[in-house]
Write a new protein. Structure first.
Length: 361
């Protein structure tokens, strides 16, 4: 069996598993029981050659209707890996938590390699979960674990398929499947999510924004996807540099004056900010340091950090702790950021709607 099919088969075993949303002292007993239940699936996943996985794209309309189930299964598997990481961390097993983080990075690559834009978006989400889990524990890892993570992060980037290749493949799929000429329309009711944190009224307003956004040129849409890809890459690179800085501190007793001091002893080469192709911004103090990317606006906002929606709108910098930031904490209009997020979902839904209709015909 091809590695990708093995991965899907492994993910399928989680279909009836309800994961806990949070791991804390009140539910750790239940969490440990649940982890024991899903551990065989996680072990089977680790034994799969994730580095050889490749999405088996077929350039015909009904491919996506079948493949959408695979995408959902991989997303569920990613949630299970994150859950296992959280349980390990709560139990104080930071070595195992780091191991699950590495699995997450490999799973992200396995999800995007050979795939379409939808696979890319899911891979970005999977990468986010892995980086978020690791960055939250980065001050708990010892020198040995940091070394393993730095090697894994370097390998992750080497094996990461270029976004340009995914875009080219997606365009070929649309052209050969006829998806770009679907002409189907979804009603507003189809877009409302009863489980959303937003009210129906707020969702209705956003739908109107989304419709206008959908009329934007294809080049603008692709720019949004490209920025998401750069953000995911920036976060893995920031994690690498952050871990290297901490190793430097352990070895020397102080933080480096410049991140260039990290090479070649700790990093063979210091990764660059994918938004500027220059160094990440680094400032040190006696007992701490700041490390961040400028984000898409390529402007240093002086260490004013925000969530991605705020960073993408401009005036905020991107750091590893962006996962902890919320839009309400940032002085930025919420509309454009939410439009971008929801449009990605709408784009997927429209495609799925089209291919299902085509399959039925």
């Amino acid at each position: 069996m091809f590695p990708y099919r093995e991965l899907i088969e492994s993910s399928s075993r989680l279909a009836d598993v309800e994961l806990l949303v949070e791991v804390n002292q009140h539910c750790i007993a239940d969490a440990n029981v649940l982890l024991e239940r899903i551990d065989p699936v996680l072990e089977a996943t680790r034994e799969i050659a994730l580095q050889e996985c490749e999405v088996p794209v077929e350039f015909k309309p009904d491919f996506f209707s079948h493949h959408s189930d695979d995408v959902l299964k991989l997303n569920k598997l990613s949630s299970a890996v994150r859950f296992a990481s959280d349980v390990a961390a709560f139990n104080g097993d930071f070595d195992k938590a780091a191991l699950y983080g590495i699995v997450h990075l490999d799973l992200a690559n396995a999800t995007r390699r050979g795939g379409l834009i939808v696979d890319h978006l899911v891979a970005v989400a999977i990468s986010d979960r892995g980086v978020n889990a690791l960055r939250s524990l980065r001050n708990r890892f010892d020198e040995g674990v940091r070394g393993n993570l730095l090697a894994a992060l370097s390998r992750h980037e080497r094996e990461r398929e270029a976004h340009s290749e995914i875009v080219a493949r997606d365009a070929k799929w649309e052209a050969e499947s006829g998806c770009e000429d679907d002409g189907n329309e979804l009603s507003e009711d189809d877009l409302f999510d009863p489980d959303s944190e937003l009210s129906i009224e707020q969702q209705r307003d956003l739908v109107q924004f989304i419709k206008a956004f959908g009329n934007r040129p294809e080049a603008e849409m692709q720019a949004i996807y490209a920025d998401l890809d750069r953000r995911a890459l920036a976060m893995t690179r920031l994690l690498s540099v952050d871990l290297a800085i901490r190793s430097w501190k352990d070895r020397t007793g102080h933080y480096p004056h410049s991140i260039r001091e990290l090479e070649p002893d700790i990093l063979s080469s210091v990764p660059r900010d994918p938004f500027t192709d220059g160094d990440f911004i680094y400032r040190r103090s006696e007992d701490s340091f700041e490390l961040y990317s400028t984000g898409p606006d390529k402007t240093d906002s002086g260490g004013q950090f925000g969530c991605w929606l705020a960073v993408a709108s401009g005036g905020y910098d991107l750091c590893l702790d962006a996962f902890d930031c919320c839009l309400d904490c940032c002085a930025v209009e919420s509309g454009p950021g939410l439009i971008r997020r929801l449009w990605s979902r709408l784009w997927s839904w429209r495609r799925l709607d089209f291919v299902n209709n085509a399959a039925e015909q």
